[in-house]
Design a binder for this molecule. Structure first.
Ligand code: SAH
Ligand code: SF4
Length: 360
C-alpha cells in the first residue's frame, strides 16, 4: 500500500497529511479522486442541483485587491439589474424547474440596498408560490439585515472567507476596518446564528498562498462545520492591484489541478455538505465543472443574468459564457452533466444534507 493509500484509509486528516495529499500526483492523485467519487456517491448520490445565478449588481463598496469589480476599478460601467429583469429571470428558472436561485452582488449595506433586496425576495416568493430555495451572496451584513432577509424567504448564504489565514487575508485586502479579517469571520458566525445554511470557501493558487494555507483552509471548513462550499482557482485581473504579483502564480493548469484536489479532499472530509462546481473552474478548463462533479461537487450555478450586463460582472479575466442566453446555457449544462454520469435534480431544492442533520 502506498503512503497516500494509507492516509486515505482514514476519514480525518492532520494538517501534514493534508499537505501530503495536496502534493500527490500521478497514480496517487487518481486514488484521491476515486475515494472522493465513492464518498460522493454514497453520501449525496449522483444528483446535481441547479442554482440559477443572478449577478444583481456590480456596485461594490469594497476594494478587495483581487477582484475586477472592486470600487477602485474606474473602467467599469456600474449596473444593477431592474426588478422586472430579475423577475423575468426568476420566471425562466421557475418554469424550467430550477428549484433554487443565487442572488449575488458587490457588497453594500445601506438601507436603500437592503430594503431593495427584501422587497425583491417578497416579489420572487409571490411569483413562485414560495417554491424557490433562495441563496444570497451579498457580502458582510448586520444581524438585523440578515434576519430581515431570512424572514423574507432567503435560506442559504455564501460568504467566502477567501483565505482562512489572517496574514494572507491581510495581503489580499486593504488594511482598514471595512476589510478586516475578524469582521468577515464574525459575519460568517452571524449567518449561522440567524439560521442560514452557511456556505464559505477560498480562492486557490493566490499569490503568497502555500499548501500549508490550503490544508488549514480545509481544517477551517471542518472546524466551522460549514453546510456548503464554493471554491475555485484565483484568476488574475488586469485592473486590480494583485495583478502586479502575477509572476508569483502557479500556471493556470496547476491552479486548476489543485482546485480539483481541494474539492475532492473536502468531499472526503465533509461527506454530506453541498459543494459547488464553480465558474472559475470552468474558466481554466473547458471541462472544469464536469471534472469537479466527478470528484465531489453536486451543485452548479447556471448564469441567468441578462446577457447585456455580463461583461460588467467580470470578477476575473476570461470568464466564460458571457454571451450565452439562459436557454443555451441550460442545454449545454444538461449535456455536460450527463457526460459526468450524473443527473439533474430538477424541481428539488437540494438543501445541504449536513444542515438538515444538524437541525435534527
Ligand atoms: N461581494 C460578495 C459576493 C461577490 S464576489 C463577496 O465578496 O462576498 C464573489 C466571489 O468572487 C468572492 O468571494 C471571491 O472569492 C470571488 N472572486 C473575486 N475575484 C476573484 C478572482 N480574481 N479570481 C477568482 N475568484 C474571485
Ligand atoms: Fe466587492 Fe466581493 Fe469583489 Fe470584494 S470580492 S470587491 S466585496 S464584489
Amino acid at each position: 500500500m502506498t503512503r497516500i493509500e494509507e492516509i486515505l484509509q482514514k476519514d480525518e486528516f492532520t494538517k501534514s497529511e493534508l499537505v501530503e495529499l495536496l502534493k500527490a500526483d500521478g497514480g496517487d492523485r487518481k486514488k484521491i479522486f476515486e475515494k472522493a467519487a465513492a464518498v460522493k456517491k454514497q453520501y449525496v448520490g449522483n444528483k446535481v442541483y441547479f442554482r440559477g445565478l443572478i449577478e444583481f449588481s456590480n456596485i461594490c463598496a469594497k476594494n478587495c485587491y483581487y477582484c475586477g469589480i472592486r470600487s477602485g476599478n474606474k473602467k467599469l460601467t456600474r449596473y444593477y439589474v431592474t426588478e422586472a429583469e430579475v423577475l423575468e429571470a426568476v420566471k425562466y428558472a421557475y418554469e424550467n424547474k430550477y428549484a433554487s436561485l443565487v442572488i449575488q452582488a458587490g457588497e453594500r449595506s445601506n438601507k436603500k440596498f437592503t430594503t431593495t433586496i427584501t422587497n425583491l425576495l417578497h416579489k420572487i416568493n409571490e411569483l413562485t408560490n414560495n417554491e424557490m430555495g433562495i441563496t444570497l451572496s451579498l457580502g458582510e451584513q448586520s444581524e438585523e439585515t440578515l434576519i430581515q432577509w431570512r424572514e423574507a424567504g432567503a435560506r442559504r448564504y455564501l460568504l467566502r472567507i477567501e483565505a482562512s489565514n489572517p496574514e494572507l487575508y491581510r495581503k489580499l485586502h486593504p488594511d482598514n476596518k471595512t476589510h478586516d479579517y475578524t469582521t468577515r469571520l464574525n459575519a460568517l458566525h452571524l449567518l449561522r446564528k440567524t439560521g442560514y445554511q452557511v456556505g464559505t470557501g477560498v480562492m486557490i493558487g493566490l499569490p503568497f498562498q502555500t499548501l500549508d494555507d490550503l490544508a488549514d483552509d480545509l481544517l477551517f471548513f471542518k472546524e466551522f462545520d460549514i453546510d456548503m462550499a464554493g471554491m475555485g482557482p484565483y484568476i488574475e485581473h488586469e485592473d486590480t492591484p494583485l495583478y502586479q504579483y502575477r509572476h508569483l502564480l502557479m500556471s493556470k493548469k496547476e491552479r486548476f489541478d489543485l482546485s480539483l484536489k481541494m474539492v475532492a479532499l473536502l468531499r472526503i472530509m465533509m461527506k454530506d455538505i453541498n459543494i459547488a462546481a464553480t465558474t472559475a473552474m470552468q474558466t481554466l478548463d473547458k471541462m472544469g465543472r464536469e471534472k469537479a462533479i466527478k470528484v465531489g461537487s453536486n451543485i452548479i450555478m447556471p448564469n441567468l443574468t441578462p446577457v447585456k450586463y455580463r461583461d460588467s460582472y467580470l470578477l476575473y479575466e476570461d470568464k466564460p459564457c458571457i454571451d450565452e442566453e439562459a436557454s443555451e446555457c441550460k442545454n449545454c449544462l444538461e449535456a455536460r452533466i450527463h457526460i459526468s454520469g450524473d443527473e439533474i435534480g430538477y424541481g428539488e431544492w437540494g438543501d445541504s444534507l449536513h444542515f438538515k442533520k444538524r437541525k435534527k
